[in-house]
Design a binder for this molecule. Structure first.
Ligand code: DC
Length: 216
């Protein structure tokens, strides 16, 4: 069975997807990490972020794996490096490139084949797995998402203000929604789950119920 979990940054998607996969004993696919991995490889190898053809060739040449909750590229653990700010910024043009998205789509389908999977991203229900048994679009209001991220960033030692975090998030949302291919949007048959005011445990409980209801 395939469950897709899409939605904007900061809606609690990653923790929800991870927790759901752990609860069900299923595989978890973090597709944001895959775009980040391509961006990191491009930075490392000096591939210009403006050259879509080269980026797609690079994406095709990489071996991206998930092992024990870690992300490996060509055998190297990049789990921490892909979360740094410079990689986050470089991921945008990579994720905007339709030829890279095409490579990622096929890779994501290959990785998920024959497995019970919770896959998380922006376009998993709408583009990559249109036939998924359950599609969830997880969201929360912009202020709530920014508050959560701000708390996380403070805990990591950042000094950014809440207003800065909200402004950066709005820019990311606009980019994710406005992308010509693979734009962030709920699939027509997605279940909308608003997480405002819900604890992570409550979100998980709702997801577990939805999975039970949608089992083929
Ligand atoms: O979820 P995240 O922040 O790790 O995603 C990193 C970037 O990749 C972000 O710019 C959105 C983009 N992305 C995408 O375009 N499609 C996906 N399926 C997942 C992520």
């Amino acid at each position: 069975m395939i469950v897709t979990l899409d939605g904007p940054a900061g809606a609690g998607k990653s923790s929800a997807a991870r927790a759901l996969a752990a609860r069900l004993g299923w595989w978890y696919m973090d597709t944001g990490a895959m775009y980040r991995a391509v961006a990191l490889a491009a930075l490392d190898r000096g591939v210009p972020l403006t050259d879509g053809g080269l980026l797609a060739t690079l994406a095709e040449s990489l071996t991206i794996e998930f092992r024990d909750g870690r992300v490996l590229v060509d055998g190297h653990d990049v789990s921490e490096t892909i979360r740094t700010e410079w990689v986050t910024v470089a991921t945008r043009p990579v994720a905007d490139e339709p030829r890279v998205r095409e490579v990622m789509k096929h890779l994501q389908r290959r990785l998920a084949a024959g497995r019970d999977v919770v896959t998380e991203g922006r376009d998993q229900g709408s583009v990559v797995f249109p036939g998924a048994d359950l599609k969830v679009y997880l969201t929360a209001c912009a202020e709530e998402r920014a508050r959560r991220r701000h708390r996380e960033e403070l805990a990591r030692g950042s000094t950014a203000s809440l207003a800065d975090v909200l402004a950066a998030q709005n820019r990311r949302d606009d980019g994710d929604r406005g992308r010509p291919v693979g734009a962030m949007r709920p699939a027509d048959d997605a279940v909308l789950l608003e997480t405002d005011g819900l604890s992570p445990e409550e979100v998980l409980d709702r997801l577990v119920l939805l999975v039970a209801e949608h089992r083929p």
